[in-house]
Every structure is written in structure tokens, then in C-alpha cells.
Design a protein around this ligand. Structure first.
Ligand code: GLC
Length: 593
């Protein structure tokens, strides 16, 4: 981005609207005109804001208790008002739902609970009418065991599709070929028939891994991609994409590797060759956005997936920061300097050219405000806004998970029977059933970590069914929907939802907040996260108090603040020229300087 564009646009944005933005009157400010030559420098997948929809839990239009595509279509104006540019739709394909759609039976068919292909086409057309693009979930490390390929493959060694999956004989004693564990517990190998060969599955046994070394598998995947791109989708979130290539000698993992199998699984020999091929054969022929779910990938390996000259993906999700409170499956306490260090490592590895995806949560994580903020009634709103400020002001394409824009919280689980998620139920069976962990201990852990916290239905209204369904919801609705819901926040200027709108509008107004360099200016501070975004003379500093105590904060590096661009209402903002600011509990302010 040229200095000229940055300073010019920032200056005009500030001159016209900084005070209005800070006061919260910015939602009506028009974005830069489309087609502007300078704006064209930065691709849409960098400037855009992405909203993740978990269709099962978003909106149920027909009262069967399960969200559906028509439910999404009915709420597109809500997304438009929020300022969303791109929707990432979690899997909407035909599936037996062992892993809620991440086990696909037919990649060209819509899950019947979610609707029909006509519903999909209408949803897509309505999105496009509103200038919203759609990216879909490409889940091709594995299929469902009910996919026609596997149904055929499992019939025997000579089956036509046998080599679409990965088969090995057991050891002489009949045990699995090696010691690979499944992410969902037990061995990563199962038999399709008693005494027969084993097939590989990194996830549930109903999710057999596809054999990417077979060129027909790859062509099959590319055809699926073309099918959806030709319909008008704008790209893919790629599920566990680093896992697609396997070391087909299948060496046993060492004890150290077993502690974090994602790492060895993510370092197969041919992943990058396959991603380049996918790009050359498919992605490069369309105007797409791609984001890989990079489990097992270190920050300094990011460029292997995303450096433009390598022609693989646009960006990947890194998980160190969101796993700051994890020790394997266990929860552990965390500190702000640890969280900042995770981001710092990533941004250092990315340098000024690299690009990433920023996010607070997804369908595999707890709720953002419960995870990193303070979800007590006193601090929930402010801390949700503080976290939003962090995520939307960091460098990268922001991904917002449905409901986080309302400050939705974790669900208060009291029994294992309330969980749906296969990983929680398997963990319980293994650890509690196996007598290693008490039920109370595991329940406390799951109340911090479970994937089901983000899968409870979207809270649209205070009414019965939370405006999500008129029927019996597939997963219990959080009882706090009487207080936390979209309807009550829509027209309220101080709501979390209104603040998200303002933040998104601000990011669109001020280019340095999109592609300016990121620097953590105070990595060691125990409760303040302070970072800058700069591009020549265009400079912003983001100050966030991650505690429920006020902090008297001396800005490092001789920084003197100018007018605030936005503030979450946690306390008064500082006067222009100040080198010290008082940050109220969970106050977040973005100043130019
Ligand atoms: C990814 C998905 C997760 C799923 C797994 C297997 O991690 O995000 O929900 O269980 O892949 O497909």
C-alpha cells in the first residue's frame, strides 16, 4: 500500500469522522468508493470482514429444532447491517452427522435437515444481492464412512475405490499397524470387516482419511470444488488441510510426538505439492479466498502455505493464542503476557508482507467472552467489546463467530448428558469411564473447554426458543437468552452488537487498521495489551485493559495520543497530547498518534 493512499485516506477519514466514530455515530459513514484505484491494491479478502455461520445453530425456519439455509436467508439483512462482507458457512452437505457435518456423505448434496439445493441457490443469490460473498467448508482430509467411495472401498482389496482410502494389514498379533492415535480418542486405525485390513482415520472411525496420493482422489476433490465455484461461491475454509499428505511408511510416533500428534500429522511429505496443484488446476481459475485450518503448523511455517509466490492459500488460522489455556485436553490458567507472546511470535514470523486470519472463537472453541474476557454480569459487555477491539484491530482478515457479536457466553453444563459433541463424549468415556479423572473434574474442564459452548443456538430474542426455533432445539439454548439476545441489542447504542458495527465500520474507513504494520509496544505488561498499527505517517495505537481494575498507563516509546478513533465506553478517553492514560476496567480505546 502506498504511503500516499494511507495518509490521504486516514487524514480525510479523521478530519471527517474521528469524533463521530469515537462517539459511536459511525455506522452510517460510507466506505471508500468502490473501484477507487488505490483501494483496488488491497484484495477483497484482506479488506473484508468474515462471519462464521454454524448452520445447525443459526436459525431454524421450519420448526424442526435444527437451523437451516432458509433461516440464514431470513437473517441476511442482520449480517448486512453488521457490516459483514463474507460468510463462512460450516458444512452444509449431506452427512450422517457423527461430527456435525464434518463427515460428508455426498459433497454435491445439501444436508436434508438444512434444506435443498434450491434453498442454497436462493441463499447465495440473496447474499450476492447484498454484496456478501460466501465461502464454504472444504472437508476433504476425510469423508464419511457412508460416502459412496468408502461404501465401495470397504467391500474388499479389489474394490474399485479401495485405493481412495488408506489400508494396512494389522500386526501379527492383530493389533493396529502403528501407534497413531485418533484426535477423538483410541487408535486412528479401525477395521471395516473382522480380521480384514485396517483403514486410517485421524478423527472418528466414521471419518476415514482419503488417500491424496491417489491422483483420482485429487481430481475428485477438484471436481467438487469446481462444482461449488461454478455455482458462485467465492472460496473455501479448508478443514485440517495440513493433514492431507501422509508418510505412507507409517512409522510409530515417539512419546513426545504422541503428546501432540497434530504436529507429525501436519508434516506429511507432499502437502505443499498438492496445494500448489489445487491452486494451479482450480483456484487460480476463479476469484477466490482460501483460509486453511492449520492445526499442527508453527508460526514460522506460515509462509509455506501463504507466500503468494508459492501459489497455495491466502491465509491460515493459527491456534497457539486460542490454546493459551490448554495443556493437552486439560484447561490451565493463562496470563496476558503469554497471550501477547503468542501473537508476537506469529506477527514476527509473518513480517510486514505476510497475512493471517484473526479470530476469537469458532465452532471448536469456547465462547470468546468466557474464554478470554469476564462473563460475569458486571463485566461481560465491556470485556466482549474489549476483545472485539483486539481482534478487529489486529492485522489480518477478521473472522467473527456467530453470537460473539452479542457477547454470548458459555453454557452452564451440569451433566455429561447435556453434551452433543463426539470429542467431549469420547473424552468422558476414556478418562472418567477409565477411572483416571473424576466426573466433577471433567465437568469443570468441559465447562471451560467444550466445543458445545459455541454450538448452542443463536440467541435472537428473549422469547421461548430464543427466536431460533419454534420447536425443540437440537441442543439446549443458553438460559441467559432472556438477557443476551440480538433483538434487545439492535437499537441500543451501547450494546455489544452496536459496538461491533462501529468497529467494522471503522476498519473499513481507516486503511492503516487493515494493512498497517503491527507491533506490540509493551509485551511484558501484565494487564494492558498495547499495540500499534502503522504505515508511514498513518499511525494508530490500540490500548486494552484486560483486567477489572483501572490502570494508570504511561505510554511507551514517547507516544502521545491524538483523537480517539473508537472507545468501548470503559472510562473517559485521554485528551490529545496525553502520554499517560487512565484505562478503566476492560476499557479499550484506539487512538491515532
Ligand atoms: C476441524 C473442524 C472440526 C472437526 C474436525 C474434523 O477441526 O473444525 O469441527 O471435528 O476438523 O473434521
Amino acid at each position: 500500500m502506498s504511503f500516499f493512499r494511507a495518509s490521504l485516506t486516514l487524514a480525510s477519514a479523521l478530519a471527517l469522522s474521528a469524533p463521530a466514530l469515537a462517539r459511536g455515530e459511525a455506522t452510517s459513514v460510507a466506505a471508500e468508493p468502490a473501484g477507487d484505484a488505490a483501494a483496488a491494491e488491497v484484495p477483497w479478502w484482506k479488506t473484508g470482514v468474515v462471519y462464521q455461520i454454524y448452520p445447525r445453530s443459526f436459525a431454524d425456519s421450519d420448526g424442526n429444532g435444527v437451523g437451516d439455509l432458509n433461516g440464514i436467508t431470513q437473517h441476511l439483512d442482520y449480517l448486512k447491517d453488521l457490516g459483514v462482507d463474507v460468510v463462512w458457512l460450516s458444512p452444509h452437505f449431506d452427512s450422517p452427522n457423527v461430527d456435525n457435518g464434518y463427515d460428508i456423505r455426498d459433497y454435491r448434496k445439501v444436508m436434508s435437515e438444512f434444506g435443498t439445493m434450491a434453498d442454497f441457490d436462493r441463499m447465495l443469490a440473496e447474499m450476492r444481492k447484498r454484496g456478501i460473498r460466501l465461502i464454504i467448508d472444504l472437508v476433504v482430509n476425510h469423508s464419511s464412512d457412508q460416502h459412496a467411495w468408502f461404501e465401495n472401498a470397504k467391500t474388499g482389496p479389489d474394490a474399485k475405490y479401495r485405493d481412495y482410502y488408506i489400508w494396512r494389514p494389522g500386526k501379527a498379533d492383530g493389533s493396529p499397524p502403528n501407534n497413531y492415535p485418533s484426535f477423538f480418542g483410541g487408535s486412528a486405525w479401525s477395521r471395516a470387516t473382522p480380521g480384514g485390513d485396517y483403514y486410517l482415520h485421524y478423527f472418528a472411525r466414521q471419518q476415514p482419511d482419503l488417500n491424496w496420493d491417489n491422483p483420482q482422489v485429487r481430481e475428485g476433490v477438484y471436481d467438487i470444488m469446481r462444482f461449488w465455484l461454478d455455482k458462485g461461491v467465492s472460496g473455501f475454509r479448508m478443514d485440517v488441510i495440513p493433514l492431507i499428505s501422509k508418510d505412507q511408511t507409517f512409522p510409530d510416533l515417539s512419546a513426545e510426538q504422541l503428546a501432540d500428534p497434530a504436529k507429525p500429522y501436519a508434516h506429511g511429505p507432499r502437502t505443499h505439492e498438492y496445494l500448489r496443484e489445487m491452486n494451479d488446476k482450480v483456484l487460480s481459475k476463479y476469484d477466490t479466498m482460501t483460509v486453511g485450518e492449520a492445526i499442527g503448523i508453527a508460526d514460522d511455517e506460515d509462509h509455506l502455505f501463504t507466500a503468494p509466490e508459492r501459489r497455495e492459500l491466502n491465509m491460515i488460522f493459527h491456534f497457539d493464542a486460542s490454546n493459551v489455556d490448554r495443556d493437552g485436553w486439560r484447561w490451565k490458567p493463562w496470563t496476558l503476557p503469554e497471550l501477547k507472546a503468542d501473537y508476537d511470535r506469529l506477527y514476527t514470523a509473518l513480517g510486514d508482507k505476510g497475512w493471517t486470519a484473526t479470530f476469537l472463537a469458532n465452532h471448536d472453541k469456547p465462547r470468546a467472552v468466557s474464554h478470554f474476557g469476564n462473563d460475569s454480569p458486571k463485566w461481560r459487555e465491556l470485556s466482549a467489546k474489549a476483545l472485539a477491539t483486539m481482534s478487529l484491530m489486529q492485522r489480518g482478515t477478521p473472522f467473527i463467530y456467530q453470537g460473539d457479536e452479542l457477547g454470548m457466553t458459555n453454557f452452564p453444563f451440569t451433566s455429561i448428558d447435556q453434551f452433543d459433541d463426539i470429542s467431549a463424549r469420547n473424552l468422558w468415556r476414556e478418562k472418567v469411564g477409565g477411572g483416571q479423572v473424576s466426573a466433577a473434574d471433567m465437568l469443570a474442564t468441559l465447562n471451560r473447554t467444550s466445543r458445545d459452548h459455541t454450538r448452542t443456538p443463536m440467541q435472537w430474542t428473549a422469547g421461548e426458543g430464543a427466536g431460533f426455533t419454534t420447536g425443540k432445539p437440537w441442543l439446549a439454548i443458553n438460559p441467559n437468552h432472556d438477557r443476551i439476545n440480538a433483538q434487545s441489542q439492535q437499537a441500543k447504542p451501547g450494546s455489544v452488537l452496536s459496538y461491533y458495527r462501529r468497529l467494522i465500520a471503522l476498519r473499513k474507513q481507516v486503511p492503516v487498521l487493515v494493512d498497517g504494520a503491527y507491533r506490540d509496544i509493551d509485551p511484558g505488561h501484565a494487564s494492558v495489551y498495547a499495540f500499534t498499527r502503522t504505515d508511514g505517517d498513518a499511525r494508530a495505537v490500540v490500548l486494552i485493559n484486560f483486567s477489572d481494575q483501572p490502570v494508570d498507563y504511561a505510554l511507551p516509546d514517547g507516544i502521545a495520543v491524538q483523537a480517539p478513533l473508537i472507545d468501548n465506553g470503559g472510562g473517559p478517553t485521554a485528551a490529545p497530547g496525553a502520554r499517560r492514560v487512565t484505562l478503566g476496567p476492560w476499557q479499550a480505546t484506539v487512538y491515532r498518534y
